[in-house]
Design a binder for this molecule. Structure first.
Ligand SMILES: C[S@@+](CC[C@H](N)C(=O)[O-])C[C@H]1O[C@@H](n2cnc3c(N)ncnc32)[C@H](O)[C@@H]1O
Length: 221
């Protein structure tokens, strides 16, 4: 198997937008995106956060406003979400956001080891059907990759409303001696960290009455 295929092996499943993109959205992708594209040369010495699967980008905006000296890298493949983020970057006149509009596994191979202070993964697609479990983002391979790019003492926040996925996420992180589960007990994972706001997915989970879990891990070695 050649190298490219190995890197991309954990494939992702792209949600198709329900509607085709409007002219405004197409223009945002064509003209604005290039000003915010991830370029590792630009951010070598800067402190960096990474959000994976940012959806409509409300937390990236929130993090960028609260941390003006840090660079917030956002990775997302869903085009309506990317265009929404671009619109809000312009509205808020933010200069510290970079976007990687492709599969996270490509970005994980570009980022330097021990370079990211915090990683946010808010409600990764739960893929509730057993036959679709293999589509889930958080796997052994994924956890290995993020353990490499995260700095020592770096933090990972993962939110989910799927009990089944929760078990899988905990199993993957706890099997790796590099991480400490900060809350240690499921009962203590019910408070959203202050630095994060409710995302679109979380608001929908609230409407459905789903129980939400806020997980926090620290890289200890
Ligand atoms: C359930 S949504 C949650 C979105 C957002 N974090 C929120 O809380 O509203 C999961 C997002 O992850 C993105 N995603 C899934 N796999 C991905 C991958 N391999 N690379 C980049 N983004 C991915 C999807 O496009 C989707 O927008």
């Amino acid at each position: 198997m050649n190298k490219t295929k190995t890197i991309l092996k954990p494939l992702f499943y792209r949600r198709k937008p329900r509607r085709s993109l409007s002219l405004l959205q197409k223009n945002l992708l064509k003209f604005n995106l290039k000003n915010f594209l991830f370029d590792k040369k630009k951010i070598k010495k800067k402190k960096k956060f990474l959000e994976i699967g940012f959806g409509y980008g409300e937390n990236i905006i929130n993090l960028a406003k609260k941390n003006p000296k840090k660079v917030i890298i956002g990775c997302e493949v869903y085009e309506p979400g990317i265009t929404n983020l671009l619109k809000n970057i312009e509205k808020e006149n933010l200069k510290n956001i970079l976007i990687f509009p492709k599969n996270i596994f490509i970005l994980l191979n570009k980022l330097e080891q021990n370079s990211i202070e915090k990683i946010f993964i808010l409600y990764p697609d739960p893929w509730p059907k057993k036959k679709h479990y293999k589509r889930r983002l958080i796997t052994k391979v994924f956890v290995n990759k993020i353990s490499q790019i995260l700095k020592k003492k770096g933090i990972i926040h993962i939110f989910t409303d799927s009990e089944d996925y929760l078990k899988k996420i905990l199993a993957e992180f706890l099997s790796k001696k590099k991480f400490l589960w900060m809350d240690k007990k499921i009962e203590k994972c019910n408070k959203r960290p202050n630095e994060l706001i409710k995302s679109k997915y979380e608001k929908k989970a609230d409407i459905k009455g789903n129980k939400k879990y806020y997980l926090k891990f620290k890289k200890i070695c």
